[in-house]
Ligand binder design. Structure first.
Ligand code: CAA
Length: 261
């Protein structure tokens, strides 16, 4: 699958990397970029050989500096709404994909770029990463889920501060407030992503898929229902060959050989 603004590669077995490739515009998400990302994520989700997805931005300056402001300046209200609907569809597709998605944030992650990173299952940032929701400075509000996902990750008070001041958050603060999982030197970003993706790819495929699914779905449920859901899915995991192999390998003191069944 080839795209105009997106590079698709496999930097390691079972790992798919999507690189948004508009460095001159700081990888801004024009409507066509959102469409291409959606197709690329859906394609990866339909490929049983993909165990982890990584998303990053081309160049050394930006992950994604937001939705494309030039494109938005010409949109009607209805077109703006449709753009947001497309953006939400992309973010939900990432969240519901059957593998963990890791955002490798190499620079600016502003507006829609911050929202794209937030829709990934977790974020690894370079020391040069900068996060923010600057939309109120443009007379708009976050439109790709930022108000909701930022709140779930860093809490209401910090989310309201960031969405109403547009204040930029550097990597060290992002780590402190729980926005990102790791901060590494810029030249170590890909290696860290591959280390984590590689660790995921070594685990039991069905169990990994179920674990992500439980966390993603469970956070929108009340605790009693989420725990009941977990107990059911725990039972489902017991029905897999990999559960038999994983527990037996432990008892026999050897490495498990998972087959994804
Ligand atoms: N959309 C379109 N083009 C963008 C862009 C964006 N979001 N961000 C940067 N660019 C373009 C600039 O227009 C510039 O293009 P030209 O060279 O053709 O003039 C190029 O990228 C480089 O940008 P700067 O010259 O501005 O670079 P800088 O280093 O001086 O500043 C920056 C970097 C602070 C990130 C600055 O570019 C900036 O503030 N960008 C906009 C950030 C923003 O407001 N994002 C939110 C957008 S709204 C949104 O995302 C809505 C939503 O929730 C869905």
């Amino acid at each position: 699958m080839t795209f105009e603004t997106l590079l698709v590669s496999a930097p390691a077995p079972e790992v798919r990397l999507l690189t948004i490739n508009r460095p001159k515009a700081l990888n801004a998400l024009a409507p066509a970029v959102v469409r291409e990302l959606l197709q690329a994520v859906a394609d990866a989700a339909g490929d049983a050989g993909v165990r982890a997805l990584m998303i990053t931005g081309a160049g050394d300056k930006a992950f994604v500096a937001g939705a494309d402001i030039a494109a938005m300046s010409a949109m009607s209200a209805l077109e703006g709404r449709e753009f947001a609907v497309q953006g939400h569809a992309l973010m939900r597709t990432i969240e519901m994909a059957p593998f963990p998605a890791i955002a490798l944030v190499n620079g600016y992650a502003l507006g829609g770029g911050c929202e794209l990173a937030l829709a990934c299952d977790f974020i690894v940032a370079s020391e040069k990463a900068v996060f923010g929701q600057p939309e109120v400075g443009l007379g708009i509000v976050p439109g790709f889920g930022g108000t909701q996902r930022l709140t779930r990750l860093v809490g209401k008070a910090m989310a309201i501060e960031l969405c109403t001041t547009g204040r930029q958050v550097k990597a060290d603060e992002a780590l402190r407030i729980g926005l990102v999982n790791h901060v590494v030197a810029p030249d170590q970003l890909m290696a860290k992503g591959l280390e984590l993706a590689g660790a995921i790819a070594q685990k039991a495929p069905v169990a990994v898929k179920l674990a992500k699914h439980l966390v993603q779905r469970g956070q929108d449920m009340d605790l009693a229902n989420a725990n009941a859901f977990e107990a059911d899915v725990f039972g489902v995991a017991f029905a897999t060959d990999d559960r038999v192999e994983g527990t037996r390998a432990f008892v026999e003191k050897r490495k498990p050989e998972f087959r994804g069944r």
